[in-house]
Design a protein around this ligand. Sequence first.
Ligand code: GTP
Ligand code: MG
Length: 327
Amino acid sequence: MFELPSILTADGLLDKAFGRAMKATAKGPDRMTRARNLAVARVGTAGKAIESTLRGYVKGFPSLERLPPFYRELVDVLVDLGQLKKHLGAVDWAAQKAGEITREYRRRIGRGPGADIGALRREAYGRLSSLVRQVSGDLDALVEARRALRKLPSIDPELPTIVVAGYPNVGKSSFVRAVSTGRPKIADYPFTTKGVSLGHFERGVRRYQILDTPGILDRPMEKRNRMERQAIAALRHLAEAVVFLVDPTETCGYPLDDQMRLLEEVRALFPDVPLVVAENKADLEGPSRGHLRISTLTGEGVIDVLDRVLSTLTSRDPAFALRSASP
Ligand SMILES: Nc1nc2c(ncn2[C@@H]2O[C@H](COP(=O)(O)OP(=O)(O)OP(=O)(O)O)[C@@H](O)[C@H]2O)c(=O)[nH]1
Ligand SMILES: [Mg+2]
């Protein structure tokens, strides 16, 4: 989703800056002047590399204030907005400081005879190194944040969005795989899905996006982990309709009663979002609470769920009903 700059560690950045400085050249009428000019050029090259690289990192991060609400909440869940701002602030400060150090030493080395060129050059390198090392933890945090943000799917605000939600291990990813281009991982343990992911499908002339989400447990919001909170964010900000899957066979490892309590919570939290409940794993023995019975394994009922979801979308948007009726 986000085009973010790739970020060097403190050591990587210092290697790059001093490596460039090594290649600097200088001219001058005599040996002394050439040596002085070379030292000025080296400090300038290293300092500017550090300053501009660090500034690029700060600029390259999306302006967090202007993110759409879904991404804002997700960034907060994944990397903590407050912390991220602090790290970016520290890196910005270091960029400015690098500029100051560079200017100071270029001036002092260039001042002319009497200056100990070698010692000043080493001092400048030393100060630039310790400056970059000072923000080493901040750089590491940006590397982490970038890794998390790059994985976020690109939601198209123009397309109708269906969110698949429910307890862990009930077959949400299997459902998304069965009906869309999405290829989420499926496995027989809870929290296989660790973040939201996107699939697309077409019906007639219309294109839809469908989101797979991590499982949610029936427990207080403040106890919910990072994975559950991403699912809640998708329901809150993106869902125009919800497919809520339950597993009455309880082979998912969770009692059906707990799953039904989560269903009631989701209904209560998002009363305006149409929701279709389906009982998955109908190929196995299990009780029914009277909802649509489906099996993502055999394909039974899967299309019926989609039909029902799409009809709720259509009935809520008369303009859309007209649009999709005309060829
Ligand atoms: N028998 C049967 N097993 C199913 C069916 N649908 C899914 N499964 C199995 O249930 C397990 C969980 O499936 P997933 O699709 O990974 O479930 P999920 O809800 O995405 O799980 P998390 O991402 O961990 O929350 C896997 O072993 C699937 O093969 C079904 O219709 N019948
Ligand atoms: Mg899954």
